[in-house]
Design a protein around this ligand. Sequence first.
Ligand SMILES: *Cc1c(COP(=O)(O)O)cnc(C)c1O
Length: 376
Amino acid sequence: MFVPVSRPLMGEIEEKYVGDAVRQKEISGLSRQFIPQFESEFAKFCTVKHAATVNSGTTAIHLAIATLGIGKGDEVLVASLTNMATFFAVLYEGATPIPIDSEPDTLNINPALLEAKITPRTKAIIVVHLYGHPCDMDPIMHIARAHNLYVIEDAAEAHGARYNGQVVGSIGDIGCFSFYSNKIITTGEGGMLTTNNDEWAARARLIKNLAFGNENKFMHQAIGFKYQMTNLQAALGAAQMTRVQDIIGRKREIAAYYNNLFAAELDIQTPIEKPYAFNVYWMYNVVLNGALSGKRKRIIDELKKRDIESREDFVPFNQQEIFIAQGIADPASCPVANRLGADGMYLPSGNDISPEELAYTAEQFLAVVRLVKSTV
Ligand SMILES: *Cc1c(COP(=O)(O)O)cnc(C)c1O
């Protein structure tokens, strides 16, 4: 038995819808059925007016930045502990990302640190609902409104997560989702931009497809991008929407199962659910504390010997060598993110994990943790 960190859940509906797209010969970004269907179902799921498909989560964030007109000379406050795609999207437009440290328990952006980083150049905040736990949105929205800043939600890991009952992707100005193969639902590669703002929705739709002209198609209205999702991918997405609630239910079962077994184990910080949160537990991430701090590599290697794949947490922006070399990142600037990034790891928790794989992983993880502790 080899247990991967994630395997997508694919079945007959996915096969049928993709087959339909092929038979209809609708294989590009031009689509009569699956793109509009996927967009309207996803908009309903997120309780927003508009949802626009794109070809990745990264391009969804870039499109959000470009749609809001953020660029050179502007500063954007960004959660330091994230997939670097969040930072790249800001850098693509020549804007300056300012990393913000994490809360130690949710791992999300710490709202208490925002105000001190705001300058006359600050234009936006990008929050990341990490591992499926929503950020503490009330204080974030309050600060943003007080300083006239946009809020972009990177919800790439948090489809269906809720903050005080409100679905992520509907709380800030623009929401961004990923449908990469290991995300909550998948189109292989893909993404979505969500918003309640008519003007931004129209702008995003225009520039995600080369900003073609109205009267003369080839008299372009702006410098556009080619960020279209294909109808083949949207067919997968529409099929996955029939399962999204089941998948979220399964994610919560997986987390509850691990949490229950690891609760009594000292030095393992397990994922939480704040009173305001409905966590969708994208990946089951633990932080190694105390006697286990600094032992991540050994634990990952021992798990690998037992045919269990696990993975290190993200390296925060301020620790990225390319940015330190450019002088735009200070390695010491986000001490909490640094610790979480260095001692965090996630266990197999894919949509298709079997009960046997889950039991085996939990049992072996506990055995490895005890082994490592006994040999420190
Ligand atoms: C996956 C992910 C992205 C990027 O999505 P892609 O579809 O891989 O481009 C961005 N932000 C976060 C937090 C992610 O987990």
